[in-house]
Design a protein around this ligand. Structure first.
Ligand SMILES: [Mg+2]
Length: 276
């Protein structure tokens, strides 16, 4: 009997606690949790694992075919008209060659959204794994005499850790000459032009359409899908797109920029307006 009284008291206490309303989620944690499915898919699904490899297979076939066409053109053209610039492939880094889904998993776990300080802690570790298929494709490109340029919106302060991460994984051309980090603007147009000034860029690879053309920043008309239709031929010929449901310009088109509270309010408004 003696043990029963404390037990009952404990049960009563638990009942009291469970009767209290749960703490309201903060705007940050609400916004963070909205990304959970996307992060789980990217980080755990066999579908994402295969889709990356399938897409890099496509990149390899396209590059093989493009290089064969260039050889054929050379044979049919007077050598004085040849483009003698070295060949190049431009790739983005995040979610294109390096997998940052562990960072996104920790953000969901901790109920936070992206911020520069936790991002820097992650990139300082230089421990991201290669996206499936990326290493094989870029080694193939390099063995086919294509230099590899990495154009990324990582900050210049992340240069050393990024080069270490790429180099430790065995990525080709992981050096300062081939790494173009963000210098004040996320617009990659000028950096692409710098590579094109000295190289014949035969292919670009990224997880955002802006990795191909900055015009895709504008999603006002039909979320940018009209521009995809308009640029279909060029995209098909020169650009390889990888999947990234975790973040990107597509999401900014709905959430916009600003505080987490503002983004959350815009998300709610979007669903209210588009509630079919
Ligand atoms: Mg990216």
């Amino acid at each position: 009997m003696k043990a029963t009284i404390p037990l009952l008291a404990s049960l009563a206490l638990i009942a009291c606690r469970s009767a209290q309303p749960a703490a309201a989620p903060t705007e940050v944690s609400s916004l963070s949790q909205q990304g959970a499915d996307a992060v789980l898919w990217q980080h755990t699904s066999a579908e994402a694992y295969w889709l990356y490899q399938q897409t890099y297979d496509l990149a390899t076939w396209r590059l093989e075919s493009m290089l064969a066409n260039l050889d054929e053109e050379k044979q049919m053209t007077d050598s004085t008209e040849w483009d003698r610039r070295p060949l190049a492939v431009i790739v983005d880094i995040d979610e294109t060659v390096l997998d940052n889904s562990p960072y996104q998993v920790s953000a969901i776990r901790d109920g936070r959204t992206f911020d520069q300080s936790t991002w820097r802690e992650w990139t300082d570790k230089a421990s991201a794994k290669a996206c499936p298929g990326a290493l094989e494709f870029l080694r193939f490109a390099r063995s086919s005499e294509c230099e590899v340029f990495y154009i990324t919106n990582r900050d210049v302060r992340e240069k050393a850790s990024t080069l270490k991460n790429l180099s430790d994984l065995g990525f080709p051309d992981a050096d300062e000459k081939h790494l173009l980090l963000m210098e004040g603007t996320s617009d990659k147009t000028e950096r692409r032009a710098r590579v094109r000034a000295t190289h014949n860029v035969v292919m670009l690879v990224g997880d955002q359409l802006r990795d191909f053309d900055e015009r895709f920043k504008d999603r006002n008309a039909d979320y940018g899908r009209g521009l995809v239709d308009h640029m279909m031929d060029t995209l098909s010929q020169c650009f390889i797109l990888l999947p990234n449901p975790m973040y990107g310009t597509w999401r900014d088109a709905v959430q916009g920029k600003g505080t987490d509270a503002e983004k959350l309010a815009r998300m709610k408004a979007w669903f209210a307006i588009n509630g079919y």
